[in-house]
Design a binder for this molecule. Structure first.
Ligand code: C5P
Length: 227
């Protein structure tokens, strides 16, 4: 199948506090976005759409062309929206007509191995409407109200969602057209449109760089095993 990946990189990165958009913060000599894209380009893809913060489209293109190597024909860059959902929607509008499967990936999950992309693509190839990588929840989770513990939630029923989240292209297009509010992620949006979404095994390296501590973790992982 023809697969496109939309890499959303248009967030402000306020929680990281690096004084600029998160995607262009350096992990080593290379940015978060560039690290994410090197791993994206190792997967079997027909198109890579990068959703950039307004005013940073050129920076995104530079990172993309470096990461793409001889696959630069695959690269499209579009401008992001106010919310992540708006950014995905802008990315979807740029997906080529002959693409059958669309994956949506957070640039902030910069160290996600390409094997995770392959597992998601395989699940859809085998007939799922959508698929996302998950990891078991290790902490005990409590439902709380104000300062009171209401009860513990059964950990066996919980999973932590990662990206890339992949979908049949026709289903994702229709679900985005039908979306009437903001959803927590693409799987929730597609689920709300009535579709079953399945899970594949995630990877600890697909963690999202959100806080300065996450950036430190990414930096030590990359210096221990540079890519
Ligand atoms: O803020 P957070 O890291 O949870 O955002 C997840 C991903 O969504 C990031 O890669 C970020 O760049 C992207 N995003 C976006 N447009 C927004 C908000 C977030 O592309 N308006």
């Amino acid at each position: 199948p023809r697969v496109a990946v939309i890499v959303v990189a248009a967030g402000s990165g306020e929680r990281l506090g690096a004084g600029g958009p998160k995607a262009f913060v350096g992990i080593d000599a290379h940015t978060i976005l560039r690290h994410a894209l090197v791993r994206v380009f190792s997967a079997p893809l027909a198109q890579v759409v990068i959703v950039a913060p307004a005013g940073h489209e050129g920076d995104a293109l530079t990172d993309a062309l470096e990461a793409a190597g001889d696959r630069r024909d695959l690269v499209s860059v579009v401008t992001g929206g106010k919310t992540r959902q708006g950014s995905v929607s802008n990315g979807l509008a740029a997906v080529w007509a002959d693409v059958q499967i669309v994956l949506v990936h957070d640039a902030a999950r910069a160290l996600t191995p390409s094997a995770v992309f392959e597992r998601v693509i395989d699940a859809i190839d085998r007939g799922s409407d959508g698929a996302l990588p998950v990891l078991p929840v290790v902490d005990t989770i409590k439902r709380v109200a104000d300062t009171e513990v209401l009860h513990a939630v059964d950990r066996e029923e919980l999973a932590a969602a990662q990206t890339p989240q992949g979908f049949r292209r026709d289903i994702l297009d229709a679900a985005y057209r039908a979306a009437d509010r903001d959803y927590t992620d693409d799987a929730a949006l597609v689920g709300a449109a009535g579709h079953a979404v399945s899970v594949v095994t995630g990877d600890p390296l697909a963690f999202k760089i959100t806080t300065p501590a996450d950036l430190d973790r990414a930096r030590s992982l990359v210096s221990a095993a540079p890519v």
